[in-house]
Design a protein around this ligand. Structure first.
Ligand SMILES: C[S@@+](CC[C@H](N)C(=O)[O-])C[C@H]1O[C@@H](n2cnc3c(N)ncnc32)[C@H](O)[C@@H]1O
Length: 433
């Protein structure tokens, strides 16, 4: 007897559940690619389900706590991931229809050896969720952010800004590019909107990045507008030697090469450095590339500029990686601060007298930003703060703090354009000549 074909829509849910299961287990979220799901419509639906489940994670926690009185069953394979995807569909994506959410969730659970004994529970829980979906759909914004992080951010940035962060979490991030040249024809071909500096914003409508105009010709690279700020602020002498520490996949390296510096890009991760090399080849740029640990690397000659894009909690990237909100702990941040201090200490051994230092992180945590800048200023006697002035960031003056640091927030509108930016911190220093 021939096997009955799988119901339509099941395969994409199984693949989506695997990806979400991995993220719940601590992995970084990477959207499904054509290699994971070749059909474009299936892929777009699967990614929509996963991103909705991740952005609404806090609200789904609250719903699940109400629905599963005994909590999540232990050792139940992909049960939790399937439940979250199905609840995301039922409550927050009503245009997809409730029937498929229920039916396909039960079918998906039956396909997982570790979860199939829970098919009845899945059915019962989703029926109950369906009955309450209108009420759940009205959930307040306050469940969106982890309470401890929300309180900490309110202290640092104010209630209004944090309310805007919650909206930014739901809206997700648009695609920002940095242009290699300012040809108006390029802007038009991309249908791009100018932000600040060489940053533009494009509407991709689910097109893969490499299908956008002039990708192969290497006339732009993907880079959030906030991530493009640090390299713009380096003040090494024109054409000078610049060390780009923690450089992969090379967004800032490309900017530094474009600015005319003699760039050495260093990172400790071989796979990420390979991506950096590919990006530089596509762009026609040729920086020196080094695989090394920034806490131990010792150069033969001093550099006129050093940019440190330190590994960090990455909480500023929550629009693209909502999981960072739920994965980070205080201990985790303390560990990163220790690593950041080691990297800064070693980096300063490479900086020439009179040289410019940029320290930056894609983090919203003051410990990794403002506190680190204060530590640097208080620790290295021959280093002076070199405050950024608002005129250096036309269109984003509000990001410049009283101390002359840059604190970019997801609530800010670069160049007056809506839909925000990643959270970022930048501090600039100069070594005494
Ligand atoms: C925020 S990402 C860098 C992004 C990059 N600067 C850009 O603009 O495209 C941080 C990088 O730090 C690297 N990294 C982490 N620990 C490191 C270490 N001890 N030495 C060198 N690189 C390190 C990671 O591999 C990662 O590529």
């Amino acid at each position: 007897m021939s096997k009955k074909p799988d119901p339509a829509g099941l395969k994409l849910r199984l693949i989506a559940a695997q990806r979400l299961h991995a993220v719940l287990g601590g992995e970084h979220f990477v959207p499904l690619s054509a290699a994971d799901l070749p059909d474009g419509r299936d892929r777009s639906l699967a990614n929509r389900l996963i991103t909705t489940a991740l952005r609404r994670h806090g609200q789904l926690d609250a719903i699940i706590a109400e629905l599963l009185e005994k909590g999540m069953p232990a050792k139940s394979g992909t049960f939790e991931a399937i439940l979250r995807l199905s609840l995301a569909q039922l409550v927050f994506l009503p245009d997809l229809g409730a029937h498929s959410a229920l039916f396909l969730a039960v079918e998906a659970v039956k396909r997982d050896n570790k979860a199939r004994h829970l098919a009845g529970l899945m059915n019962a829980v989703l029926r109950s969720a369906q009955a309450n979906s209108a009420r759940y759909g009205l959930l307040e914004d306050e469940y969106l952010l982890p309470p401890a992080l929300e309180a900490k951010w309110q202290d640092a940035y104010g209630k209004d800004a944090v309310a805007a962060f919650a909206s930014a979490l739901i809206d997700g991030a648009p695609l920002d590019l940095t242009l290699k040249d300012n040809d108006p024809a390029l802007l038009e071909a991309l249908g791009a909107e100018k932000l600040i500096g060489d940053s533009v914003r494009v509407e991709t409508r689910d097109r893969p990045v490499d299908a956008l105009p002039f990708y192969a010709e290497g006339r732009w690279w993907v880079q959030d507008v906030s991530s493009a700020l640090p390299a713009r602020l380096l003040r090494a002498k024109p054409g000078g030697r610049v060390l780009d520490l923690c450089a992969a996949p090379g967004g800032k390296t490309a900017q530094l090469v474009k600015a005319g510096y003699d760039v050495t890009a260093l990172d400790s991760d071989a796979a990420r450095l390979e991506r950096l090399r590919q990006n530089m080849t596509r762009l026609g740029y040729a920086p020196a590339v080094l695989e090394a640990d920034a806490t131990a690397f010792q150069a033969q000659i001093a550099f006129d500029g050093v940019l440190i894009d330190a590994p960090c909690s990455a909480t500023g990237t929550f629009r693209r990686h909502p999981e960072v909100l739920w994965h980070r702990s205080a201990a985790d941040i303390a560990g990163r601060v220790r690593l950041q201090r080691q990297i800064v200490t070693q980096a300063l051994r490479q900086l020439a007298p009179g040289g410019s230092l940029i320290y930056c992180v894609c983090s919203l945590e003051p410990e990794e930003g403002e506190d680190m800048a204060a530590w640097i200023a208080g620790t290295f006697a021959d280093l002076a703060p070199a405050p950024v002035i608002p005129g250096e960031l036309t269109g984003l003056e509000t990001a410049v703090t009283e101390q002359g640091h840059v604190r970019a927030l997801p609530s800010m509108m670069p160049g007056g354009v809506a839909r925000g930016m990643d959270g970022f911190f930048v501090a600039r220093f100069q070594r005494n000549g």
